[in-house]
Design a protein around this ligand. Structure first.
Ligand SMILES: *[C@@H]1O[C@H](CO)[C@@H](O)[C@H](O)[C@H]1NC(C)=O
Ligand SMILES: *[C@@H]1O[C@H](CO)[C@@H](O)[C@H](O)[C@H]1NC(C)=O
Ligand SMILES: *[C@@H]1O[C@H](CO)[C@@H](O)[C@H](O)[C@H]1NC(C)=O
Ligand SMILES: *[C@@H]1O[C@H](CO)[C@@H](O)[C@H](O)[C@H]1NC(C)=O
Length: 493
């Protein structure tokens, strides 16, 4: 009897706690799309997925990493936007005062608000929180794969590459400092020096393919107005709500700046009770979705050029695996072959790379991409979606491809396991497994992309392809995307 009572109480209690979590459990820091901090989102679990058990006797022999830089400061352009916001707020307050409106509905921080970056002349750099993200990630990676990182550092054994952009190369350095800490002779941390190499920005088609791909640039430019148009109803609606709620004449541009400020305050300073608190949880979810839509259309599955231009990176990954297999089979001496290739780049690298692997799709969507058929846009909240910027490419977001060598009694000699943000992730191209026989991985996931080369994807004239009669659906898509004509340009993530 007592026990039944206790059980009932427990049930009631958990119902209570659960329903409370719906409202109070909303953590805005988990809803910042690609401005999310790695530590805040990396363990958001997909409870329905059960990772493969690695068969006994299989050992990792090579690691490929593709990571985004860590948390960074806003760029110069955004810093300017924040100065504009400060004067806008001043004007709005003055208007309200002139009308003798009560200011009591206003959040206190509004009065005399100054941009935290006021007077800062440079931007875009990796900040200390970003250094932490990569440093800790380096340590975790070494601990997770002890047999890959048991050797003395040599630049041919551990290849570290970054783009020429300082926040990416600084991220490589922070990661390496973690990974090789305690292994050298430098200072009390016994650090050791390691090499980070970069291609020139203008020709880095493995990590900055978006920068040299003419067809991609043309596509992006042509779609930006349409993306704005898609986001417009959300911004209009939220702007009206803000006006009603605070009795200030906010414009859509103010809403955009306030959402940007919210993301920066929450990620950089862990402040969630100022700009973020202007929005309700459901408004935040809509703004997050609007950001995710933009990333989907301009960087993700929205169009095949977005990720096909990453073919040189995919080839590089595959080549490194093949070299590792040769070294294993020919029993090369330790220290003479590569064990890890570590790359540090941008959302513009990690997002397309995830798409090349077919991540974040279900089985039928994967089939559609293989047949060059367009995908539906990620559905509006409260519907669930797999495509979430906070998961696909938060700061320091990454994919690791671990090559395993297995004993003769296993179905295949080599396997590839894909970890996204350090968690095994299903590959729809490999029947939803995270642990894929190398042959299947090559044939079903990689080969279809390698039919295209960078030059034809990026520099061939588009008109030829467009000449085919368009289907109803693609006409609709084009119509949707041809509305509007804003000249907003998106800065690089
Ligand atoms: C907002 O603007 C409208 C006209 O555009 C004006 O009638 C109203 O008084 C303004 N409200 C405030 C608080 O300034
Ligand atoms: C606001 O109040 C002041 C005095 O309190 C008055 O002189 C002024 O005319 C009022 N303005 C409006 C727009 O009502
Ligand atoms: C951020 O703030 C939350 C409370 O709002 C706190 O629990 C958390 O520890 C803070 N994180 C950091 C890194 O300061
Ligand atoms: C394969 O052989 C290894 C020993 O080489 C053994 O540990 C493992 O259990 C075997 N696996 C299977 C599936 O038979």
């Amino acid at each position: 009897m007592g026990r039944a009572m206790a059980a009932l109480l427990l049930v009631l209690l958990s119902v209570f706690v659960h329903s409370n979590a719906g409202e109070e459990g909303f953590d805005v820091r988990q809803h910042l799309s690609t401005a999310s901090r790695y530590g805040v989102v990396k363990d958001i679990a997909d409870n329905s997925f059960v990772p493969s058990k690695i068969p006994d006797g299989c050992t990792p022999i090579h690691l490929n990493l593709v990571a985004r830089h860590g948390t960074r400061a806003p760029t110069k352009k955004r810093i300017k936007d924040m100065d504009i916001l400060a004067s806008r707020l001043e004007v709005l307050l003055k208007e309200a005062e002139e009308q003798n409106l009560s200011l009591e509905k206003l959040p206190g921080w509004f009065l005399g608000w100054k941009s935290p970056w006021k007077g800062k002349l440079t931007g875009g750099e990796l900040i200390v929180q970003g250094e932490d993200e990569l440093y800790d990630f380096g340590i975790r990676t070494r601990e997770r794969f002890p047999n890959l990182f048991d050797e003395d550092y040599h630049p041919d054994v551990y290849t570290i590459k970054a783009t020429q952009v300082p926040r990416a190369s600084a991220s490589a350095v922070a990661f390496g400092m973690g990974m090789f800490s305690g292994k050298g002779n430098l200072g009390p941390g016994r650090h050791r020096a390691f090499a980070v190499s970069s291609e020139s920005r203008a020709s880095d088609i493995k990590l900055r393919f978006h920068d040299c791909c003419q067809n991609y640039k043309a596509y992006k430019k042509s779609q930006e107005p349409a993306v704005d148009k898609l986001k417009e109803p959300i911004y209009d609606e939220i702007t009206s709500s803000l006006r009603r709620r605070y009795r200030l004449n906010f414009t859509k541009k103010d809403t955009t700046s306030l959402w940007f400020l919210c993301k920066q305050e929450a990620s950089l300073f862990n402040i969630t009770d100022q700009a973020c608190a202007l929005f309700t949880p459901s408004e935040v979810s809509l703004l997050e979705w609007a950001d995710d839509l933009e990333a989907f259309i301009l960087k993700g599955y929205g169009k095949s050029v977005n990720y096909r231009m990453g073919v040189p990176l995919l080839e590089d990954v595959l080549l490194s695996m093949e070299q590792a297999i040769t070294a294993e089979e020919e029993k090369h001496a330790p220290g003479s072959y590569e064990k890890a290739r570590l790359r540090f780049a941008h959302a513009e690298t990690v997002v397309p790379f995830s798409c090349l692997l077919g991540l974040f799709l279900d089985g039928t969507e994967f089939e559609r991409t293989q047949k060059e058929q367009p995908l539906k846009l990620p559905p509006k909240p409260p519907q669930k979606r797999k495509w979430r910027g906070n998961t696909v490419a938060p700061f320091a977001g990454n994919n690791m491809l671990v090559l395993y060598s297995c004993p003769a009694n296993i179905s295949s000699k080599y396997f590839v396991q894909v970890l996204h943000n350090e968690h095994p992730i299903p590959m729809p191209g490999c029947d939803g497994s995270d642990f894929c026989p190398l042959d299947v991985f090559k044939e079903r996931i990689v080969a279809p992309h390698l039919k295209h080369d960078y030059n034809s994807v990026c520099n061939a004239k588009l008109e030829e392809k467009e000449a085919k009669p368009a289907s109803k659906l693609s006409q609709l898509f084009r119509w949707l995307f041809s509305l509007g004509n804003s000249d907003k340009t998106l800065d690089e993530l």
